[in-house]
Structure formats: structure tokens, C-alpha cells
Design a protein around this ligand. Structure first.
Ligand code: TMP
Length: 236
């Protein structure tokens, strides 16, 4: 399989078409942005960690009957994935208050949420990814009611699986963002990535942040945090 043209370049990844129908190649970059691109930087080795970590997690999720876009890891930074059209709804799942939820609702960061919180945001950089609900998504034609039923059920199941998965690595899953894609036949599958860019991961004992918040908040030790998550994941 060979890359043909660059289809899309995002803030953290490039997506290429290939000479094989229905398959794309994703190339993970070390570029990091925050606050919708207002803050820019590089996290050395991030692309390698995110590629490998996302693939391991998606393989594991597949074993739990979550369909994903993953086909095959091709290299340190490149993965073959199923070509989908991304549903322009970012799905955020929260177990512990942090980030924008803490800010918006005045709940202290670190407070365990008595029940899981599911949020949707409209994936639109020009509008700063505003939060929406089901009726907005349906009225705007971003997804159908059936799509959202599937997406929310997958999101909550993924949360349960990931909480357990990370707990075994001594990591608390605070929250995460996922995206889904639609195959030409209309099937919804998990797409994009699951990595320290898209999850809040805290050490279970020290509550040390092991994710992109170290970059967003200028805390230092960003590369080390990504490598630490990878080390725990691979047991290396
Ligand atoms: P938030 O608290 O800033 O809304 O973030 C919630 C979760 O979503 C957190 O794990 C980080 C992740 N996230 C992304 O992956 N991409 C984004 O653009 C934003 C804003 C958050």
C-alpha cells in the first residue's frame, strides 16, 4: 500500500489517501497546539507515543466489540486506517471534574463526578468547537438520532473499558475526547486517536498529570509524561 495525495492536515496528524480503495494512512506529528491553535509548540516524540498508544488501545477496544478504524500500524508514526467521513461531533466523557467543566460549572478540579458526564461539541475551529446537545446535532444535520444513540452507547462502554484498563497501569482516567467516523455503508466506527493529547490521565496515587495539560498549562515535564504513559502501557 502506498500513500498518494495528502487529503487533510490537522493540528496533530496528516491523513493521506492511498492506492488502496477505502484505506487511508495517518501520520502523527510532534506538533502540539492548545486553545484552538492559539498556543503552539512541539512535544518531542509525541507522534510516536500517540500512534503506538492509540493503536494498542483500539486493538484492545476491538476485543470488547467496539469497532474502530484501525487496520495496521505501518511504522513508528504511521497507521493504515479505514477511510471514513468524520462525524463533526467531538464526544467528551468525564469521570472526574477538570478543565472546562470545572471552569464553567465551578466544580473543583479533581472532584469525582457521582455519575458519568457526556458532552458533545460541534467540531468547527472557526466557532471554537462550541458545546451542543443532541437536538442541535440533529437539527444541524451533523448526525441522526440513531447515530447519536450508537455514539453515546459506544462512548459510555469505551469509558468503562478504559477506566479499568488505565487503573491497571496506576492511572486515573479523568476525562477524554473521542471522534467517530461513518463508513460508506453508514456504519459508525471509532476513529481519530486516544492518547495523552485527548485524555486526562492522572497517576492514581500522586495525581500527577500525565497528559497534554502539562503543555496547556506550561507545567514542564511534557515529554517525560508522554513517555511515562507509554512505559506503563508497554511494560518496557
Ligand atoms: P476540556 O476540559 O478542555 O473540555 O477537555 C475535555 C477532554 O477533551 C480532555 O481530556 C482534553 C480533551 N480535548 C481534546 O482532545 N481536544 C480538544 O480540542 C479539547 C478542548 C479537549
Amino acid at each position: 500500500m502506498k500513500k498518494t495525495e495528502l487529503m487533510y492536515e490537522g493540528k496533530a496528524k496528516r491523513v493521506y489517501a492511498t492506492d488502496t480503495d477505502g484505506i487511508c494512512i495517518v501520520d502523527y506529528k510532534d506538533d502540539a497546539t492548545a486553545f484552538n491553535g492559539a498556543k503552539k509548540g512541539t512535544i518531542v516524540g509525541k507522534g510516536v507515543v500517540n500512534n503506538r498508544m492509540s493503536n494498542r488501545i483500539m486493538r484492545m477496544l476491538e476485543k470488547h466489540d467496539i469497532p474502530t478504524h484501525l487496520i495496521e500500524e505501518l511504522s513508528e508514526r504511521e497507521t493504515a486506517v479505514v477511510r471514513v467521513s468524520i462525524v463533526p461531533v467531538e464526544v467528551i466523557v468525564r469521570n472526574i471534574a477538570a478543565g472546562s467543566l470545572s471552569k464553567r460549572l465551578g466544580i473543583e478540579e479533581g472532584t469525582k463526578l457521582p455519575s458519568v458526564v457526556l458532552e458533545y461539541c460541534y467540531k468547527n475551529d472557526a466557532l471554537d468547537d462550541p458545546m451542543i446537545n443532541d437536538s442541535h446535532a440533529i437539527a444541524m444535520g451533523l448526525a441522526t438520532k440513531e447515530d447519536l444513540d450508537t455514539i453515546s452507547a459506544y462512548a459510555l462502554k469505551i469509558d468503562e473499558i478504559l477506566i479499568d484498563f488505565f487503573a491497571k497501569l496506576g492511572i486515573e482516567l479523568v476525562d477524554f475526547k473521542i471522534e467517530f467516523g461513518k463508513k460508506p455503508d453508514g456504519t459508525i466506527i471509532l476513529a481519530d486517536e486516544i492518547s495523552p493529547d485527548t485524555c486526562r490521565l492522572w497517576d492514581s496515587i500522586t495525581h500527577e498529570k500525565l497528559d497534554k495539560d502539562r503543555f496547556r498549562r506550561d507545567m514542564g515535564g511534557v515529554e517525560d509524561a508522554y513517555q511515562e504513559v507509554m512505559r506503563r502501557l508497554t511494560g518496557e
